[in-house]
Design a protein around this ligand. Structure first.
Ligand SMILES: Nc1ncnc2c1ncn2[C@@H]1O[C@H](COP(=O)(O)OP(=O)(O)OP(=O)(O)O)[C@@H](O)[C@H]1O
Length: 581
C-alpha cells in the first residue's frame, strides 16, 4: 500500500472538499461499498433457498451446492466489506492529518497579536480532539451511507419484489424513528457544545498545572488547586454524560419503533404462507430482510445524532481552516553595509490602545552595540520586539534603506535575530537548541558565549539533553545557549533582550568583548537593566517612564541625564558588591 501523503487542501472550510480531495480512496469506498451492500442481500435469499431445499427434500448434491454457494457468498461479502472498511479508515486518517496540517498552517500565519489572544488549552483541544470527533463523524457518515443507505435500498427493493403490500405496511414506522432522531438535533447540539467548551477549559487548566506544578507545590497551593481541579473534572463528566446520553440511549427506542412493523410482517406473511403464496423459506427470507432493515434504520437514526454531535466540533475547528499559505523564502538582502534607521517609532500592542513607546528616533550601523535601558515597564522589551517587525508599528524602521514592513517574514528572520526575555529552549540537545536542525559548526559561538568551559564538564558535550524548557541547565547556562542561538548566523542585526540577567558580571564582560571583536559585521541592540558594561558600548537609548527618551553615549548621559547617572552610580557600587564575582 502506498504511504499517506499529507497535502494542503483548497477551501478547507468546506467539508465536502475533504471527500473531493481523496478521489481515489472515495472511488474505492464507493465500489467496494456498492458491491458489498448489494451482494449482502443474497445472504438471506440463499438462506431461504437452503431451508426450502431441505424442507422440499432436494437431493443431497443439490442441497450441498446451495449450501456451498451460501457459504461462498458470505465469504465474498466479508471480503468486500474488509476493503470498504480499509478505504474508509484510510479516508479518515488522511482527513484528520489534512485538517491538522491546515490548523498548524493557520497558527503559523496568524498575526502575533492574534496569537497572543489565543488560549493554549482551547487551541490544543480544537486541533486534537475536535479534529478527531469531527473526522469520526465523517467516517461514520461515509460508512453508513453504504452500510445503511445502500443496504436499506437493497433490502427495500428485494422486499418489494417479495410483496409490495406487506413491505409498505411494515416500513411505515421507520420514518417515525428518523423524524424523532431529527427532532433531537438542537438538544444534542446544545449539550455537545457545552461539553466541548468545558473540554477546552479543562485542557487549559491542565496545561497551566503542568507549567506551574512546582509553584503550586512550593506555595502550598496544591491541595486547594486539586479541589478546584476536581470540581472542573466533575463538571466535565456531567457535561460528557449529557452530551453522550441522548445519542446512545435513544438507539433502543429507535430500534423498537422501527421493529413495530414486524407485527405486520408476521400477521400478513403468516397468512400468505397459509394461503400458499409464500413457501416457509420465502417467509424466513422476508423476516430476515425486514429485521436487518429495521436494525439498519435504527442505526441510521442514531447516525443522525452522531453527525449532529460532530457538527459541533466542525464548527469549532472551521475558523482555523483557512487557505494554505506558504511562506515566501526567497531572500533579497543587501550583503554589504548594515544601516538601521528608526524614525518617530511609536508602538502599541493592540490597535487603538495607548502607545507603549513613542517617537523613538535613532540610527545604528554594523559593528556598533546600542544599549537600551530605562526604568521598569518603560518599554525596553517593547522597543526590542517592535524592531522585529512582527507587529504593526507607526513611524519608520529602515534596514539598509528598505522599510521593515516591506521585508517578508522570512527575509526578516534572515536579517534580524532575536533573543527574548525567556530562553525558550526545546527539550532536545544543546546542539539542536542552537543549530535548530541545520548542520552548523557551533564551536566558535559556544566560545563567544563562554559556554566552552561548561561543555567540558558535560560528559555528552553538545549532545547533552537540556530537559523541558532547559530545566537540566542552570539559569545562566540556559541564557547562554539561547544567546548562542541568536548569535550563530551572525545576522545583520542582533537584538538581545536582557541576555545577561542570569549571568555573572565577569562572564558578561567577557561576552561583550567577544561580541565586539567577533561580530563586527552585525549591529547589536542590547536591552539591559545592568549598566556596568554600558561604558563599553557605542550608543545608549534611555527610556523614561513618562515615555520621554534620552539618547547619547555613556559619558554624554552621565553628564546630561540625572536618571542615568543615579542608576549607574547605584549599580556600580551596589551591583559590583552583590554579583560582581
Ligand atoms: N504583549 C503585551 N500586550 C499588551 N501589553 C503589553 C504586552 N507586553 C508588555 N505590555 C505592556 O507594555 C509595557 C512595557 O512593557 P515592557 O516589557 O516593554 O517593559 P520593560 O521596560 O521591558 O519592562 P522590565 O524592565 O520590567 O523588563 C508594560 O506596561 C506592559 O504591561
Amino acid at each position: 500500500m502506498s504511504k499517506l501523503k499529507i497535502q494542503p487542501i483548497k477551501q478547507p472550510d468546506k467539508i465536502i472538499n475533504y471527500w473531493k480531495k481523496e478521489k481515489f480512496v472515495v472511488a474505492c469506498i464507493v465500489i467496494f461499498g456498492l458491491l458489498c451492500n448489494t451482494t449482502v442481500i443474497l445472504g438471506p435469499i440463499y438462506q431461504g433457498k437452503l431451508i426450502d431445499s431441505i424442507v422440499k427434500g432436494y437431493t443431497l448434491s443439490s442441497v450441498i451446492i446451495i449450501a456451498v454457494t451460501y457459504v461462498g457468498l458470505i465469504g465474498t461479502i466479508q471480503f468486500l466489506r474488509y476493503f470498504k472498511r480499509f478505504y474508509i479508515r484510510r479516508f479518515a486518517n488522511s482527513t484528520s492529518a489534512t485538517m491538522r496540517l491546515m490548523i498548524y498552517n493557520n497558527i503559523m500565519h496568524k498575526s502575533i497579536s492574534e496569537l497572543n489572544n489565543e488560549n493554549t488549552g482551547n487551541l490544543m483541544t480544537r486541533a486534537i480532539s475536535d479534529v478527531d470527533l469531527c473526522v469520526e463523524g465523517m467516517r461514520k457518515f461515509t460508512t453508513e451511507v453504504f452500510d445503511t443507505g445502500v443496504l436499506m435500498v437493497s433490502y427495500l427493493i428485494s422486499m418489494i419484489v417479495y410483496d409490495v403490500k406487506i413491505t409498505i405496511l411494515s416500513i411505515l414506522f421507520i420514518p417515525i424513528a428518523m423524524l424523532f432522531a431529527k427532532k433531537l438535533k438542537s438538544v444534542i447540539y446544545k449539550y455537545s457544545s457545552a461539553f466541548r467548551e468545558k473540554s477546552s477549559e479543562v485542557a487549559q487548566i491542565t496545561y497551566d498545572a503542568i507549567e506551574n506544578s512546582m509553584l503550586y507545590r512550593v506555595t502550598g497551593m496544591e491541595s486547594q488547586n486539586r479541589e478546584k481541579y476536581n470540581k472542573h473534572l466533575e463538571d466535565l463528566q456531567n457535561k460528557a454524560i449529557k452530551a453522550n446520553i441522548l445519542e446512545n440511549s435513544m438507539q433502543p427506542i429507535y430500534h423498537v419503533i422501527a421493529m413495530l412493523g414486524i407485527i405486520m410482517v408476521i400477521y400478513l406473511g403468516g397468512k400468505k404462507v397459509i394461503n400458499g403464496g409464500w413457501s416457509l423459506g420465502q417467509f424466513s427470507t422476508y423476516i430476515a430482510m425486514f429485521t436487518a432493515m429495521a436494525v439498519k434504520a435504527s442505526k441510521a437514526a442514531k447516525l443522525f445524532n452522531s453527525v449532529q454531535k460532530s457538527q459541533v466540533s466542525w464548527k469549532r475547528i472551521k475558523p482555523y481552516l483557512t487557505e494554505y499559505e506558504s511562506k515566501d523564502d526567497t531572500v533579497k538582502i543587501n550583503k554589504k553595509d548594515t544601516v538601521l534607521s528608526v524614525e518617530n517609532l511609536s508602538f502599541s500592542y493592540e490597535e487603538g490602545k495607548e502607545n507603549i513607546i513613542e517617537n523613538i528616533t535613532f540610527e545604528g550601523k554594523k559593528g556598533e552595540i546600542i544599549g537600551v535601558t530605562g526604568s521598569i515597564a518603560s518599554g525596553k522589551s517593547t522597543l526590542a520586539l517592535s524592531l522585529l517587525g512582527l507587529y504593526p508599528y507607526e513611524g519608520s524602521i529602515k534596514i539598509d534603506g528598505k522599510e521593515l514592513k516591506d521585508y517578508s517574514e522570512y527575509e526578516g528572520s534572515q536579517v534580524i535575530s532575536y533573543l527574548g526575555h525567556k530562553p525558550q529552549l526545546f527539550s532536545d540537545t544543546i546542539y539542536n537548541n542552537i543549530a535548530l536542525g541545520e548542520k552548523q559548526d557551533i564551536k566558535s559561538v559556544l566560545k563567544d558565549v563562554c559556554f566552552d568551559i561548561d561543555l567540558k564538564a558535560m560528559s555528552k558535550g553538545k549532545d547533552t539533553l537540556v530537559g523541558n524548557s532547559g530545566i537540566k541547565l542552570s539559569g545562566g547556562q540556559q541564557a547562554r545557549i539561547a544567546l548562542a542561538r541568536a548569535l550563530l548566523n551572525k545576522n545583520k542585526i542582533i537584538i538581545l533582550d536582557d541576555p545577561f540577567s542570569a549571568v555573572d558580571m565577569k562572564t558578561e564582560e567577557k561576552i561583550i568583548e567577544n561580541l565586539r571583536s567577533n561580530y563586527k559585521e552585525s549591529l547589536i541592540i542590547l536591552v539591559s537593566h545592568r549598566l556596568s558594561i554600558f561604558s563599553k558600548i557605542n550608543k545608549i537609548i534611555l527610556l523614561n517612564s513618562d515615555k520621554t527618551v534620552e539618547y547619547g553615549t555613556h559619558n554624554e548621559l552621565m553628564k546630561k541625564s540625572n536618571v542615568y547617572k543615579t542608576i549607574f552610580n547605584l549599580q556600580c557600587t551596589e551591583g559590583r558588591g552583590n554579583d560582581g564575582k
